[in-house]
Ligand binder design. Structure first.
Ligand SMILES: [Zn+2]
Length: 408
């Protein structure tokens, strides 16, 4: 059952349907698609050698504090807690929250957009359910970064899971001063499948009617992001080479490579090695399967993410460019309920207090994270964006003016 089916079965779409007519009006007002090869201004500067690489870990699929940072003896993410925070003196912000405001929702897409833009905005599930994906309403940290620095889009990466294809839309905002010129690049199995089909067509594998059918299929896959005109022209040679190597190693089937959040870790490890990103965001999500299953789905998935962060950390330590220069910024997309009347109290994240209660961890070399420890003051999820700007030295003018690192 996917998220939409789930919402339908639980009646959530009924509520969401109230603003249906509004959403369809918005859809018809869709601007014309943008050319993929819009030139980038020439006044950008090189990214300085003494600034850090940043890995943003969206500790997603919604996790609450209790199984992660609230009780050090019972954490399901021991590497993140005991190693990154305690042993290596990272910063823990245990009182980070998603603000309780009208229209601010504790869910995955929304939380991810709050993180990316550093701004709370209304993103209606009504629009989402009607097949109109969210797009960021303010520039993302990637766009701010690439507007200042002359860094190619294949070094500013978002690693996504295949079954959240809508998240492919988060690579750039609808802000006309930023947008597509400064977009980031997504790595996902969906992107791999698109690459494969394109290659197979180009290599002459299909003939006649089958060829026509495959061409249409590719067109549909490429044009999921209706905002980009002629998607083929947007293909990036470095990313093609990445997928070509991936294919040599894992083949075409998609059955050999790791699945779920382990796949995201593997993609990220490959990305570090092959693409050398300056900033990369990994959108982990599997703890969310607890919506449809037993509590172990949740706790085990937390541990798999923790293991992924450990592997990523080890990879950075074994690499000259990343060693002593990589900062991890770890923030959940949202929390989860603590509903004692449910057999699994943390099954969902229905805007309850506990679903607003998240945390953040920033860990890295002393040059960038000079002091470790717990920062108890109240923080907002949106403060993470300015913290990333602070670490990498770029402005985030439309994001919340506060940073997690303000009072450290
Ligand atoms: Zn969920």
């Amino acid at each position: 059952m996917d998220r939409r089916d789930f919402l339908q079965k639980t009646g959530m779409l009924g509520i969401a349907g109230a603003s249906l007519s509004f959403a369809s009006q918005e859809q018809s007002a869709q601007p014309a698609p943008l050319p993929a090869d819009e030139p980038v201004p020439a006044n950008r500067v090189p990214y300085p050698a003494n600034r850090p690489r940043v890995i943003i870990v969206r500790f997603g699929g919604g996790v609450r504090r209790r199984e992660t940072i609230a009780d050090s003896a019972r954490t399901y993410c021991p590497f993140i807690y005991h190693d990154l925070f305690e042993r290596q003196q990272g910063l823990l912000f245990p009182n980070t929250e998603i603000e309780s405001q009208q229209g601010i929702v504790t869910s995955h897409a929304q939380g991810t957009l709050y993180l990316l833009t550093g701004k709370y905005d209304r993103y209606n599930d009504a629009d989402h359910g009607l097949g109109v994906p969210f797009e960021p309403k303010a520039p993302t940290v990637f766009e701010y970064f690439r507007r200042k620095y002359d860094v190619p889009s294949h070094q500013t990466l978002i690693v996504n899971s295949e079954d959240r294809i809508d998240e492919e839309f988060y690579t750039f905002s609808n802000d006309h001063l930023f947008g597509i010129r400064y977009r980031s690049t997504v790595l996902s199995l969906y992107r791999y499948k698109t690459y494969l089909l394109r290659r197979r067509i180009a290599e002459g594998e299909f003939q006649g009617r089958e060829l026509e059918q495959k061409r249409r299929e590719l067109e549909r896959m490429l044009n999921r992001d209706f905002r980009i005109e002629d998607r083929q022209r947007a293909e990036i040679p470095e990313i093609d080479r990445f997928w070509s190597k991936w294919q040599e190693y894992y083949g075409r089937s998609g059955f050999v490579n790791p699945r779920g959040d382990r796949l995201l870790t593997t993609l990220s490890l490959w990305a570090l090695r092959e693409l050398r990103p300056k900033i990369m965001m990994i959108n982990y999500q599997d703890p969310d399967y607890v919506h449809w299953g037993p509590r172990q789905f949740y706790t085990r998935a937390i541990s798999i993410i923790d293991e992924g962060v450990r592997e990523l950390y080890s990879a950075t330590q074994a690499d000259e460019e990343y060693r002593d220069r990589t900062v991890f910024v770890i923030v959940p997309d949202c929390g989860r309920d603590s509903n004692r009347t449910m057999p699994v109290p943390f099954q969902h994240h229905f805007n309850t207090r506990s679903a607003h209660e998240i945390f953040a961890i920033i860990a890295g070399p002393r040059a960038f994270v000079p002091r470790g420890g717990t920062v108890d003051r109240l923080q907002q999820q949106t403060f993470a964006a300015r913290a990333v700007g602070h670490l990498m030295d770029f402005e985030t003018p439309r994001a919340d003016r506060q940073s997690l690192l303000d009072h450290v």
